[in-house]
Design a protein around this ligand. Sequence first.
Ligand code: KIV
Length: 267
Amino acid sequence: MSAAPVSVATLAAMKVRGERIACLTCYDASFARLLDASGVELLLVGDSLGMVLQGHATTVPVTMDQMVYHSACVSRARTRALVVADLPFLACATPERALDHAARLLQEGGAEVVKLEGGMPMLGTVERLSAQGVAVCAHLGLLPQSVHQLGGYRFQGRDHASAERIRHEALAMQDAGASLLVLECVPAALAEEIAGLLSIPVIGIGAGAGCDGQVLVLHDLLGLNPERAPRFSRDFLRGRGSIAEAIAAYVAAVRAGDFPGPDETPY
Ligand code: KIV
């Protein structure tokens, strides 16, 4: 593993070489140090912190101040990994609002990339941010911030029309300037096809092993949420002696294409 800091160019080169990218959510300095030392390329300061740290039922209550605070905790502790920070619910209601919030995540939070959820309505915002030199990670498929509109956390892209929409949105996000794409809870065949169509790295969660990389919520990987463990996650701590071993096993499984396996790929 090179000690050089990971950039979006590093990740693009990994995709070209066919090397899978390991990503985990991270919300504090202690885990940032551990994940960084374990070779995780991407630390995602996800708004999932609203659920796993704060105990909310959804990510909707998470505020910009909280995202800035946790991004700063993570970014000051890592030396190598790239920090991607979520723009929380309605932070991108207009492109100008998104620009102001992205500035906070980069300048106060120390993140290198901002992630935003949404398809075509977010296209102008991705263009605006990219034009200003902001590295953007798009997020398609299941959009947890829209849970009340969706009526639950359901797999997306399972019928022809919605698969076609997600495929179209993914290409549009790349054309608009996105540097990365997270695909959440879509069928494995669709995710693999999109990863093949795009030149930017596609990071999957609940999207099968055919993506360019994988992301999991750290607390799911550590089995801290057994009653509500997603079908696509794996408890990497089970049968291992330490958190460091669990993280190392996750990184190795992602690199080898062994995670997710068939039992962790519902569609
Ligand atoms: O907030 C988050 O942790 C995320 C991942 C689930 C991709 O967006």
